[in-house]
Design a protein around this ligand. Structure first.
Ligand code: SF4
Length: 376
């Protein structure tokens, strides 16, 4: 399966925890970006002539910050240059206050069939701490607008482990989400990404994070509540109603191939992983001069491929398929994993059955440590 990812590197304002590449939106910068993207897409067309993409994902940044005409232009570029399956999953990320009725209608008309709404929390105090530009009510309103517009596959994102976030506030956010009944929920613990303001604040000890025990309890509470409400936990941090797993993300976790376009976008094709320069002006300039936008490139060795397969496979509730792992990476690697897994199974952190290996519930809570001890 091959996926197509488009990075739209614009936001209204940078959130304090965000380490993704994005810059402040302006009409002219976005026009310049689209010109670059047109060249990059056309330049890739030949290599992917026979490829039918199974999923398309517009991420960022905030794709819906684009003007409606720019969104239309972007979708036209993709439709003109690439072939997509008739049943392709087509996701667009959105921020509550850029998800206007006009843009939602436009996205649906253009074949977008999945909306990922960045809500993060339903507490105004916590949203302010994160530096988000919307209120809890505005997030709920955006969700209702998307439903009314006709989206029947909506994912919402939540973050826990935020400074000042109590268990009560976290539970209130979870309850609000369950009241909205999205098809998909992602619940991530706050990560301190390099390049974010939170990262700098943590480095200078100006960020008061909740302690690990509370964060672990928040995770357990999320799992219990979401499972109780009928969501299947198909990955450590991702939950869906039956039939609504995110196919695009599943492809990442299964180490499927993907083509990424736009500044800062990563691709993984034929064992080669590469990323475009994370600078919109430089990206557009290079492409307009007839140069490539690729800035970083790495060949994935069989050892690192085996390690990635292990780490990603264990994150999903399907677990790691040991027979397939052996076919791909050899018997020695399988034996090494089984050897490393022994003490973790004895400690109740891993479970093995039917040629597969899973994290147990306890193992899920200590997943970083388990993956480190299991790693090749
Ligand atoms: S978290 Fe999302 S909305 Fe906030 S700055 Fe990052 S990409 Fe933009």
């Amino acid at each position: 399966m091959l996926s197509l990812y488009i990075h739209i590197p614009f936001c209204i304002k940078k959130c304090l925890y965000c380490g993704f590449y994005s810059t402040t939106y302006s009409v002219s910068d976005a026009d310049q970006y689209l010109s670059g993207l047109q060249i990059e897409a056309a330049g890739n067309k030949h290599d992917f002539l026979k490829t039918v993409f199974s999923t398309i994902y517009f991420g960022g940044g905030t794709p819906t910050v684009l003007h409606p005409d720019q969104l239309t232009r972007l979708i036209r570029i993709i439709r003109n240059e690439f072939r997509t399956a008739a049943d392709a999953e087509f996701t667009v990320e959105s921020n509550p206050n850029t998800a206007t009725s006009e843009k939602l209608d436009l996205l649906l008309e253009q074949g977008v069939n999945r909306l990922s709404l960045g809500t993060q929390s339903f507490s105004d105090a916590i949203l302010a701490t994160l530096g988000r530009i919307h209120s809890a009510q505005e997030a709920a309103d955006a969700f209702s607008r998307a439903r009314r517009a006709g989206f029947n596959n909506i994912g919402v994102d939540l973050i826990y482990g935020i400074p000042g976030q109590t268990m009560q506030l976290w539970e209130e956010s979870l309850d609000t989400v369950m009241g909205l009944k999205p098809e998909h929920v992602s619940a991530y613990s706050l990560s301190l990404d390099e390049g974010s303001q939170f990262y700098c604040m943590a480095e200078s000890r100006k960020l008061a994070l909740p302690d690990d025990e509370i964060v672990a309890q928040m995770y357990e509470r999320a799992v219990a509540k979401l499972r109780g409400a009928g969501y299947d936990q198909y990955e450590l941090s991702n939950f869906s109603l039956p039939g609504f797993d995110c196919r695009h993300n599943m492809n990442y976790w299964e180490r499927g191939e993907y083509l990424g376009l736009g500044p800062g976008a990563w691709s993984f094709i034929s064992g080669r992983r590469y990323a475009n320069i994370a600078d919109n002006r430089e990206y557009s300039h290079r492409l307009s001069e007839g140069w490539k936008a690729v800035d970083i490139e790495e060949i994935v060795t069989p050892e690192s491929a085996a390690r990635e397969t292990l780490l990603l496979g264990l994150r999903t509730t399907k677990g790691l398929d040991l027979d397939r792992f052996e076919r791909d990476f050899g018997r020695d690697h399988r034996l090494q994993i089984e050897l490393n897994a022994g003490p973790l199974r004895d400690a109740g952190l891993l479970r093995a059955a039917g040629g597969r290996l899973w994290l147990t519930e306890r193992g899920t809570l200590l997943s970083d440590e388990v993956l480190k001890r299991l790693s090749l």
